[in-house]
Design a protein around this ligand. Structure first.
Ligand SMILES: [Zn+2]
Length: 622
């Protein structure tokens, strides 16, 4: 431990991250309580085959434990209400809602099983702190309990104290929101790494949170005593550690590393030593992104069309902010209205959707935004859907409006995405009209769930079944031992790797296959590849080439001249293309000896020509 070094020499913070771990209390049983509030004050146990897999706190008062045999549990508590939990679908549904809610609030989380989430909130924290005045910083306080005491946080001057204070406030907001919208409680840990966030969150269960002072990490670990408490160390590993005479975490802290190395090898020995003092550099790896991102606002009855339009504008701009870091572009928007019928005294929800043109969106500095004029175009179509759902000739009362993005598509670099870039002239079209009838959501939760949980301000909605295959609900996701984290990849490499999706048969000519480090800029402003190909860069607009400037060897970005394009290529379309595609096309158009660039419309269909399949997209229709 670097207890004495408050700031490393390179000026970086010792504890730069803020990690939040959310663990839902007695999850299956809590979901049953939410679905059936009559159970709330009764001891309940969830059964799978012959065991009680979890139970509520009321049942725990009788001494019932997880994985206890049903007959033993009933001996302890004859009034135990046993709920069959073999069908996981309702727990999965709630888990999806939790993921969506967290995503709306923070961004994608790393899900462990159905009821645990890790979130790296370092960026949000840093963003909030950067906006605070010195006075505001001085007034910062922790929210909720902390370990071991408030003074322990001031032992480090890397700035972690303020970061964790803000982190504790974010954690409180998360808990409030989850309770408000889903009626679920959770226990939350806040720390500078994943290992500690998970462990410290268990200190004040249920329905509470705990923040850990980084300098007290080793002390905290030692207090846990049992080496099995360390996340990732299962029984097998623990038994092997104990064979070395190591009985507790403090034994492990004091043990010579050589002894561990002989038994476990160098990597694992190092990792065990690190974990014993609370060091962990494993990053939060976000699980799959949500299929839909939506917002709904319940409101005082709206009976004027323009009021609804105004509300949709506000919803849309909030929704765009929510997806700004998503990296994907939605291709569909769903509009929801809830109409109140004063005669029948009931409410009807109705939903319709239309497609969105990808070129309404752009990515600037890594953030998804609407292009100029797109908001009005989208709202125009939203109102078209609104008009189909609401009979304007009659008096109407709208009590809720919602917008929801769906059909997200990754921003690909390759031919598959070229169509996106070229579709910009069109407008949004009403593609399909779904759910013409009353769209109140039925099923096991139904409207009763929604109306109870709808907050006055907003709530994330639209809980469609998620089809994302990267989410794994089955079994235990944690390995017996978590290995060292992979090194953080350079953005430049990722960009190049993405470009590989777009590869043609001509290996040499395809710039997408070039290694960034192999690109060198020579004095004349052209990029030389390792194979000796030379490509002019001084005519490519800086906006377009900028992604490569993130690489280790900077490439000049100052040029703003227009590219030397063949006459029948639309320069606007050209500028929208990914850099690697531009380069590939440029290369294929490069004349043999300085003559004018030309795209031959006939040759462009020939597959033998490099980039031939792309050409046809750039020829202006005249
Ligand atoms: Zn610190």
């Amino acid at each position: 431990m670097e207890q004495d070094d408050e700031m490393p020499e390179n000026g970086e913070s010792l504890h730069p991250s803020v990690i939040i771990h959310v663990d839902f209390d007695y999850y299956y049983a809590q979901v049953e309580e939410v679905l059936n509030p009559d159970l709330k004050n009764k001891p309940i146990g969830i059964k799978q085959r012959f065991h009680i897999v979890t139970c509520n706190y009321k049942a725990r008062e009788f001494g019932i434990k997880k994985m206890e045999l049903i007959k033993d549990a009933l001996n302890k508590c004859p009034n135990l209400v046993i709920v069959n939990g073999e069908d996981l679908s309702k727990y999965k549904t709630y888990s999806k809602r939790i993921s969506d809610l967290l995503h709306t609030m923070i961004g994608p989380s790393e899900r462990m099983g159905l009821d645990e989430h890790f979130m790296d909130v370092s960026k949000q924290v840093q963003g909030q702190i950067s906006k605070m005045s010195r006075e505001m910083l001085n007034q910062l306080r922790f929210t909720g309990p902390f370990y071991p005491n408030e003074e322990a946080f001031s032992k480090c001057s890397c700035g972690c104290e303020n970061r964790l204070m803000v982190g504790s406030q974010i954690a409180q907001n998360i808990r409030d929101k989850i309770l408000n919208e889903l009626k679920l409680t959770c226990s939350v840990g806040i720390a500078h790494n994943k290992l500690l966030a998970k462990l410290v969150g268990q200190m004040n269960k249920p329905n509470n949170q705990t923040v850990l002072a980084p300098m007290a990490a080793a002390e905290f670990m030692a207090e846990l005593k049992d080496i099995r408490s360390i996340t990732g160390i299962g029984n097998r590993t623990a038994n092997r550690i104990e064979e070395l005479g190591i009985k507790s975490i403090s034994d492990l802290q004091e043990c010579e590393i050589d002894k561990l190395q002989k038994k476990f090898g160098s990597d694992m020995a190092t990792r065990l030593k690190e974990m014993s003092v609370g060091c962990d550099s494993v990053e939060v790896k976000p699980s799959g992104k949500p299929k839909t991102v939506g917002l709904e606002d319940s409101c005082r009855p709206i009976s004027i069309r323009s009021d609804a339009q105004e509300k949709f504008h506000a919803l849309l701009s909030r929704l765009v902010t929510q997806i700004q870091d998503d990296g994907r572009i939605p291709q569909s928007i769903k509009v929801t209205v809830r109409k109140y019928d004063p005669v029948k005294k009931n409410s009807i929800r109705e939903t319709k959707q239309c497609s969105l043109i990808p070129s309404h969106f752009r990515c600037a500095e890594g953030k998804i935004q609407l292009v100029e004029g797109a908001e009005d175009k989208i709202i125009k179509n939203v109102m078209m859907l609104f008009d189909r759902m609401v009979d304007l000739k009659q008096q109407f009362n709208i009590t809720l409006l919602g917008l929801c993005f769906s059909k997200f598509q990754d921003q690909k670099r390759g031919p598959g995405s070229i169509a996106n870039f070229l579709m910009k002239k069109q407008d949004v079209e009403v593609q399909s009209i779904t759910n013409l009838s009353n769209e109140s959501i039925n099923g096991s939760f139904g409207d009763s769930f929604r109306s109870k949980t709808a907050s006055p301000s907003s709530s994330i909605m639209d809980y469609e079944t998620m089809s994302n295959t990267s989410l794994d609900f089955s079994g235990s996701e944690e390995s017996e031992f978590e290995h060292s984290p992979k090194k953080r990849k350079k953005l430049s490499i990722l960009l190049v790797a993405k470009g590989r999706r777009y590869s043609s048969n001509d290996d040499l000519a395809s710039p997408s296959k070039l290694n960034v480090s192999a690109l060198k800029l020579n004095g004349s402003g052209s990029v030389e590849t390792s194979e000796g190909h030379v490509m002019k860069t001084n005519s490519i607009p800086s906006r377009v080439i900028s992604p490569l400037c993130i690489s280790n060897e900077p490439i000049a970005c100052s040029s703003t001249k227009s590219p030397e394009l063949p006459p029948n290529v639309d320069p606007n379309v050209w500028q929208e293309l990914p850099l690697d595609v531009q380069r590939e096309l440029m290369r294929s158009w490069q004349p043999a000896s300085g003559s004018q660039l030309k795209v031959n419309p006939i040759a462009s269909h020939s597959k033998s020509k490099p980039g031939g399949t792309l050409h046809k997209y750039f020829i202006r229709n005249s």
